[in-house]
Design a protein around this ligand. Structure first.
Ligand SMILES: CC(C)(COP(=O)(O)OP(=O)(O)OC[C@H]1O[C@@H](n2cnc3c(N)ncnc32)[C@H](O)[C@@H]1OP(=O)(O)O)[C@@H](O)C(=O)NCCC(=O)NCCS
Length: 246
């Protein structure tokens, strides 16, 4: 594709996907435009094994746009990176056609894999702001990844994934019933421990009170026995005195 045709195509893509654009020339201000153009050049150098120069362009672009695309990544037509800052695309990532990425997206590796370490993104996928897609699996065509999600496994086509770790909440536009999707009422282990300790404390207090009451009962029985002993001793004395006076 010639340069003019390429720019016209970029203008069409950005106008189509960003309602904030007013004039075609604003395209030149978009970090997405700059980063993808430079990636295409860096990728050519990379494929010619000019790794240093390819990385040099990639790193310079990252400093200027906040978008770091490894020159070894494979990117199809019509990629749009909105806002751009904080986007990282790893070396073995493969991106299909008409993909949209928002700021803060990482297409990265988990650090556990070798060789193909980064995800493959199908055509027409949208990955929302701050989402992290980590590992060498595929995100199926037309899928959406929700803002702030962390996706760690394969996503089928036409799905919506949200949350950490990412779970499918919609497929073919039909909601998937959730079993354990409550991300607001999370269990609080500290509160649980405190509640258990409170219960245990109440039980122990009750036991101590019960023992004290029992002790008081025994004490009063002993006191009564002592009194009885005294009375008996007095009676015995009286009895002895009466016998001796007779
Ligand atoms: C995921 C997203 C694309 C919506 O996709 P969708 O297929 O239309 O899905 P819905 O809006 O019907 O949401 C489905 C469920 O996921 C939940 N959900 C949506 N986005 C979520 C998110 N980012 N995190 C957690 N839950 C989310 C919804 O609350 C809904 O839950 P419910 O079934 O209990 O009502 C959208 O919510 C999103 O994250 N957009 C961000 C776009 C973006 O990055 N913009 C930045 C511009 S600067």
């Amino acid at each position: 594709m010639g340069f003019v045709k390429y720019i016209k195509e970029e203008m069409r893509i950005i106008k189509e996907r960003d309602p904030a654009i007013r004039t075609s020339f604003e395209v030149f201000l978009y970090p997405s435009f700059k980063a993808i153009l430079r990636y295409r050049f860096a990728n050519k150098l990379y494929r010619k094994k000019l790794y240093f120069f390819a990385r040099w362009i990639s790193q310079r672009t990252a400093r200027k746009t906040g978008i770091e695309i490894h020159p070894g990544a494979t990117i199809g037509k019509g990629l749009f990176i909105d806002h751009g800052i904080g986007v990282v695309i790893g070396e073995t990532a493969i991106i299909g056609d008409n993909v949209t990425l928002y700021q803060g997206v990482t297409l990265g590796g988990t650090g556990k894999e070798k060789g193909k370490r980064h995800p493959t993104i199908g055509n027409n996928v949208m990955i929302s702001a701050g989402a992290k897609v980590l590992g060498s699996f595929t995100i199926g065509e037309n899928s959406k990844i929700g803002a702030g999600s962390v996706v760690l496994s394969e996503v089928p086509s036409n799905s919506t994934v949200v949350g950490v770790p990412g779970r499918i909440v919609k497929r073919d536009n039909i909601k998937i019933p959730r079993e354990d999707m409550d991300q607001i009422h999370l269990p609080d282990p500290y509160l649980n421990d405190v509640t258990n300790l409170k219960k245990e404390n109440e039980y122990l207090r009750g036991e101590i009170k019960r023992i004290c009451n029992r002790f008081d009962e025994i004490q009063s029985t002993c006191d009564k026995l002592d009194e009885l002993d005294i009375i008996l001793a007095k009676l015995e004395n009286k009895n002895n005195n009466q016998t001796s006076s007779k």
